[in-house]
Structures are given as structure tokens and as C-alpha cells.
Write a protein that binds this ligand. Structure first.
Ligand code: ADP
Length: 166
């Protein structure tokens, strides 16, 4: 059985992530969306909140599962028996970091492959950070995230700034 993990911070999950997950689910028997906190980014949502959003959105996909993890991605991949790590690529700016990460992971775990899926043109500009910024300043993110996530973003925004900008 071909198993892949799709690791990320998903803070929150966007339509760009969802597209990568859908396409990975067609290539692999099982895809495990693996949520963690990125040490270099300050999270808006807790791991439990991100996990809940992903579970809700991914319910229709019967070969996709959501797990949380901490520590090295390759260790988690090996622990659950995944042969591949899925990553999405947008602009050239993603490339350098992803390239270094893929080579580091290959060094740490030669049996685990990193598989890159190119973003779809219409999603290439979407990032979790830009979505958060748009919501913070009262903009509409309907085409950028699933409706359930949009709702959670609005609630979070109200909790944080009393909805002053939204
Ligand atoms: P991380 O903190 O690990 O980078 P992210 O949630 O930001 O976690 O991203 C997880 C993966 O999804 C990364 O490989 C990232 O490049 C990819 N990704 C994010 N947004 C998009 C998008 N719009 N299209 C394609 N891939 C994306």
C-alpha cells in the first residue's frame, strides 16, 4: 500500500492545500494530512482547532486521514509507515526552502521520498498568512478557503479584536 503524509502548519487550511490533498489522494492509496506547529511561525489557531477544521473539510475523502505530530517529519513518516512526503510548490520563493528541506530529509531518511505537486494557477497566490491578513482587515476570503474555515476565521477575528475591522 502506497502511503504519503502531507505535513504542514495549516494555519488555517486553504483551497490551495485542499487542491494538493485531492490530487495526492488520487496518486496514493492513503494520504495522512499531518498537522504540526511551524517553529518559525506564530500560530493563530491551536493544533486542536486546525485538526478540527481539517477533519471537517476532509470528511468526504475516504482515503485521507488527519493526524497531529511534533518533532521530525521523517520520523513521523517512518513511524506510520509512509513512503512519501507530499509538499506543494507555488512560486520560486517556495523552492529554496523546500529544496533544502527535501535534501535534509533525504539525508535523515533515505527511504522516504519527497513528492512535489505544483500549485494550480488559480491557487498559486493563496497562503495561510495572506488569508489571515485579509480577514484581519475585514476582507472577504470566500474564494480562498472552504466555508467552514471562513466561519472559524471570522469567529477568531471577533475573539481577537472584537470584530473592529471585520
Ligand atoms: P509549512 O509551515 O510546513 O510550510 P503550510 O501549511 O504553510 O506549512 O504549507 C504546507 C505545504 O503546502 C507546503 O509545502 C506549502 O508550500 C504548500 N502550500 C501552501 N499553500 C499552497 C497553495 N496555495 N498551493 C500549493 N501548495 C501550497
Amino acid at each position: 500500500m502506497r502511503v504519503a503524509i502531507y505535513p504542514g502548519s495549516f494555519d488555517p487550511v486553504t483551497n490551495g492545500h485542499l487542491d494538493i490533498i485531492e490530487r495526492a489522494a488520487m496518486l496514493f492509496d492513503q494520504v495522512i494530512v499531518s498537522v504540526s506547529n511551524n517553529a518559525s511561525k506564530v500560530p493563530l489557531f491551536t493544533i486542536a482547532e486546525k485538526e478540527e477544521m481539517l477533519r471537517e473539510i476532509l470528511r468526504p475523502y475516504n482515503n485521507v486521514r488527519v493526524e497531529t505530530f511534533s518533532g521530525l517529519t521523517v520520523n513521523f513518516a517512518k513511524e506510520i509507515g509512509a513512503q512519501a512526503i507530499i509538499r506543494g510548490l507555488r512560486a520560486i520563493s517556495d523552492f529554496e526552502n523546500e529544496f533544502m528541506m527535501a535534501l535534509t530529509n533525504k539525508k535523515l531518511a533515505p527511504s522516504v521520498e519527497t513528492v512535489f505537486l505544483m500549485t494550480r494557477a488559480e491557487y498559486s497566490f493563496i497562503s495561510s498568512s495572506s488569508v489571515k491578513e485579509v480577514v484581519l482587515f475585514g476582507g472577504c476570503v470566500t474564494d480562498l478557503v472552504p466555508p467552514f474555515v471562513e466561519q472559524r476565521l471570522k469567529e477568531k477575528n471577533i475573539a481577537i479584536n472584537g470584530g473592529k475591522e471585520g
